[in-house]
Design a protein around this ligand. Sequence first.
Ligand code: ZN
Length: 324
Amino acid sequence: MTLVVLGIDALDPELVDSDVHSNLTLGAYKSIETIVSVAGEPSTHELWPTIITGLPPSEHGLQLDDGVAWENPLLRAGSRAADHLLPKEIQSRIGAWLLTNTSEDAFREHATYYEEHDLSTVFDGRKAKAIGVPNYVVNPDDEDREHLLRQRMGDLFERDSDATGGHTSADPVEFYEQCMEMGMVRIARTRRALRSRQYELVFGYTSALDLIGHVSYDDPGLQRDAYNEMDDFVGELVGDLNSEDDLLLVSDHGLQGGLHTEEAIVAATNSEIIEGIKSVTDIHAAVEETLDRDDYTPSARERPERSHESGEAVREQLEDLGYM
Ligand SMILES: [Zn+2]
């Protein structure tokens, strides 16, 4: 089997409804605990390293207050001055601000960080594919459409401390389209990795719901639309699973009214996978256990077979629509 883990940043357990979102809730789902950062809310920067290692931020070291933000090249010059002039607490706050301000270097810690710090991740020793996981960058030159769109958000997504959720958008409807494109691209890449049959673990990630959630506080309909569409996209991924495969959806925190909330979610095709998960720190063990239960060795994809009946069905449908 292949275990597919899909990270949906900011997927909020209170905003999914199993009657409406059968793909976001799968066979079983539940709310889990997350961890609040020094900035006063759960932080994407800290939590994905927690999810892949099972360690709280204080142990994996990728924390908002450890100076990581100051390594951003755009700010290195400024930070030298700040080191002397600003109290530590204010530096931390500015660091947190920088990290949520979607600078092009946000969440770009290299995968080598973990080995260098003697930290093990779900990817170690596995035939695994990580797609856009924050702070687990396998190849810094390998940027996809979600990366590009994130770097070019401009006034579609700007930090504004006076705004309800701390962000504003010059055009939330236009930004919505970009966010949905990001979600589709990452889920397409996840589906491709699954269909290649080269991996026992495929771990995809998208920030689409987080970004649109931050600017839709004035227009909650946009956030609802995003959940409904994301349910469709995940449905397409579910359609690619074979009977032995499993899918685990995870988030790092929720998001309501433009602000991160202190609840995350897990959902799985098989309820056993999420049984032991109470917090974001338990996801690592659940993934390991699921993969250890199975001695799957990926080989190669099988030739996709097509029967004449499926061609016949399409022809009939086209005839019904009046095209043939
Ligand atoms: Zn997040």
